[in-house]
Structures are given as structure tokens and as C-alpha cells.
Design a protein around this ligand. Sequence first.
Ligand code: ZN
Length: 80
Amino acid sequence: MDLTDKAESKCVVVDCGICGSPGAMESIETDNFTYGSGDDSVVLSVLVPVVSCSVCEEAYTGEAAEIIRDAAVRQHLASL
Ligand SMILES: [Zn+2]
């Protein structure tokens, strides 16, 4: 019996957006990205869905990640 419990990192099986394989795994991971440049740059940390595919061996973020990053930037600007 397999009692491996990975409740902390919940994965969802999705279709791979690159090769179309139905066995890709989507998980929520921390993504740190830099916004701005020079002295005004800040590192923003967000949780984004990352799809990793064992068939084409790609790991990538999709449109949802862009929206989440955009929201983090707006939140940062609002807090200035
Ligand atoms: Zn793939």
C-alpha cells in the first residue's frame, strides 16, 4: 500500500501545453522575480502554478503565472 502523503505540494495532472501529453503535473511553486531596475528594483515573491512534463522534460509557467505576477506588481506599487 502506498501511503506517501504529499498534501503540502498538491499536484494536478494536466495536459502538457507543449507536447500535448496528458501526463504533465501542475504544482504550486514559489517564484521570485525582480521588478524594476537599479535602486528601485525589488524582488517579489509569488506562488504560481508550474507545469512540469516528463515526456518533453519541460517545466514552465503559463498565463496564470503572468496574471499572478502582474497582481503582485500592482500590490507592490500600491504599497509604496
Ligand atoms: Zn510535454
